[in-house]
Design a protein around this ligand. Structure first.
Ligand SMILES: Cc1cc2nc3c(=O)[nH]c(=O)nc-3n(C[C@H](O)[C@H](O)[C@H](O)COP(=O)(O)O)c2cc1C
Ligand code: SF4
Length: 505
């Protein structure tokens, strides 16, 4: 009997380890020959721990399962959701980057290869650096960390730079609120990230990589450490990649925890053992990055999408999407929502379909009031903007951003003045302190919102003015984008800013 119980941190937090233990004990007591695979999560968090039992070539889903349910599960009397891939939340997805997550044993390299792993790398090994770059450019892939910068152009800058050594840095700091795609990918299919980093090395001439993971992700750190050890032992990393003359190796580094350390230059300082303070640009990290050398800094999902682009071809990938947003995006649906989880889809789905059609509306059953997209620096969207399609330009056109594709849902009990204050306070706490508009502005912003909360209408133009200054004068997007949640709360939900409403009337 083959059974899958996720080892993903979310599933473990919901009791997956106890379920796995109970399964082993009960199977032993019944004399059942059990093969237990600790897979990644399928991303349907409301069903975790989601147990899958393989029967007649199908994987039947059961969940949430508790240890007390195990006897019924083995008796065959516990209700099933049917084949896991037929569950509507799963069936509606286009899984390219996450194709193997939840399907395979994350640390079984043979299982990885049996499901298409390493074919992208094998193809890249037969190509020149220039043609590798052409393929990445043709795919239309843009950075999934937030800024949406074209990956091929960034890599080309590094490829063309002259230096004795170049680096690939994977940004696995994943600080955005409501996001967990990087963690799920690393825990569920770590070899994909390693393969993507090796291809990035081939394309740019970098021979050394670092994965910078936040300390709050102990499971991801453990899986990545073990995966890189296995990769090295099997020639996927080291002086001779898969027997070729190409060399590439990587190290896992743990960040001590600061939102701003996800900003690429701050991250590089942290990697160098310095305080996580933002560096002024230029120079670009692609020209003078880690230890002053040309460096690619890419998000986990950007790098983990590279193997499928090389396996299936850039055109196959680029055929999905909308406008200049090509391919797929793993949307993370969280907050007050019935069906929270990871939903990988081609760009173009509307926000409303994601929140209602996929997420099933609020968990509380109350009406949705606001959705924050793109982490703590993202704008709040009211229901009137739910027809916005998921795409970089489309969200920009609505005064928002998709960032790392976190979607956090709030019901009608949320107080948007409090959310605006929270955004400013977050910026004040997390500011690296390098520039004045952010360091001082965020503190003044909290005070100004408090004045508005006390009914002082004169503070509203002051807040608007302050937001303009922070937007135009901040050195990085922490200070520069905090005005997005603040101003969207003020303009889209004036009823929560009582004196703003009065002033307008
Ligand atoms: C305050 C701040 C925090 C950020 N946090 C992250 C993060 O946690 N993960 C990430 O990949 N990018 C983060 N970014 C974006 C990075 O600076 C950078 O654009 C990204 O790592 C580049 O990779 P990509 O091109 O693959 O998106 C952050 C940016 C800012 C301004
Ligand atoms: S905007 Fe804030 S976080 Fe960014 S450099 Fe300035 S002080 Fe630092």
């Amino acid at each position: 009997m083959k059974v899958y119980v996720p080892r993903d941190a979310a599933a473990r937090a919901l009791g997956a380890d106890a379920v796995a233990e109970a399964l082993i004990c009960e199977a032993a007591a019944r004399g059942i020959d059990l093969t237990l695979v600790r897979n990644g999560s399928r991303g349907m968090v409301w069903l975790e721990p989601l147990v899958e039992i393989e029967r007649n070539g199908q994987r039947l889903a059961y969940g949430p399962v508790t240890p007390a349910d195990i006897p019924a599960l083995l008796d065959g009397t516990f209700p099933t959701h049917g084949p896991v891939e037929a569950i509507p939340f799963f069936a509606r997805q286009t899984r390219l980057t996450f194709a193997r997550v939840g399907l395979i044993d994350p640390l079984d390299l043979a299982d990885y290869e049996a499901h298409g792993g390493l074919s992208g790398l094998r193809r890249a090994l037969s190509m020149t650096a220039e043609s590798i770059l052409d393929e990445v450019k043709l795919s239309g892939l843009r950075g999934r960390g937030g800024a949406g910068f074209p990956t091929g152009i960034k890599w080309d800058t590094v490829r063309l730079a002259k230096a004795d050594r170049k680096y690939i840095v994977c940004n696995a700091d994943e600080g955005d609120s409501g996001t967990f795609a990087d963690r799920m990918l690393m825990e569920g299919d770590p070899f994909t990230l390693i393969e993507g980093m090796v291809i990035a090395g081939l394309g740019t001439g970098a021979t050394k990589g670092f994965v910078y993971i936040r300390s709050e992700y102990p499971d991801a750190i453990a899986v990545m450490l073990e995966a890189s050890r296995i990769a090295r032992a099997n020639g996927l990393l080291g002086p001779s990649i898969l027997g070729t003359p190409h060399a590439f190796d990587l190290e896992i580094r743990v960040g001590a925890g600061a939102y701003v350390c996800g900003e690429e230059t701050s991250l590089l300082n942290s990697l160098e053992g310095k305080r996580g303070v933002v560096r002024a640009k230029p120079p670009l990290p692609a020209l003078e990055g880690l230890f002053g050398r040309p460096t690619v800094v890419n998000n986990v999902i950007s790098l983990a999408t590279i193997p499928v682009i090389f396996e299936k071809g850039a055109k196959h990938y680029a055929d999905f999407g909308l406008g200049r947003s090509r391919g797929t995006i793993p949307v993370q649906i969280a907050g007050n929502v019935r069906h929270g989880g990871l939903f990988e889809t081609a760009f173009g789905m509307t926000l409303g379909d994601l929140v209602h059609g996929i997420g099933g509306g609020t968990a509380s059953g109350r009406p949705v009031k606001a959705v924050q997209v793109g982490g703590p620096l993202g704008a709040y969207f009211p229901a009137s903007k739910f027809d916005t399609p998921f795409g970089y330009e489309e969200f920009d056109g609505q005064g928002g951003l998709i960032g790392h594709a976190g979607v956090v849902v709030f019901d009608d009990s949320v107080d948007m003045l409090k959310m605006a204050r929270f955004a400013m306070e977050f910026c004040a706490i997390e500011s690296c302190g390098k520039c004045t508009p952010c360091r001082i502005g965020a503190v003044r912003g909290v005070e100004t919102i408090d004045r508005i909360g006390r009914g002082d209408a004169a503070a509203i133009p002051l807040l608007t003015d302050l937001c303009e200054t922070m937007k135009d004068g901040s050195l990085c997007a922490l200070g520069g984008f905090t005005p997005y949640p603040v101003m969207s709360a003020l303009t889209q939900f004036p009823e929560d800013f009582a004196c703003a409403k009065e002033a307008a009337e």
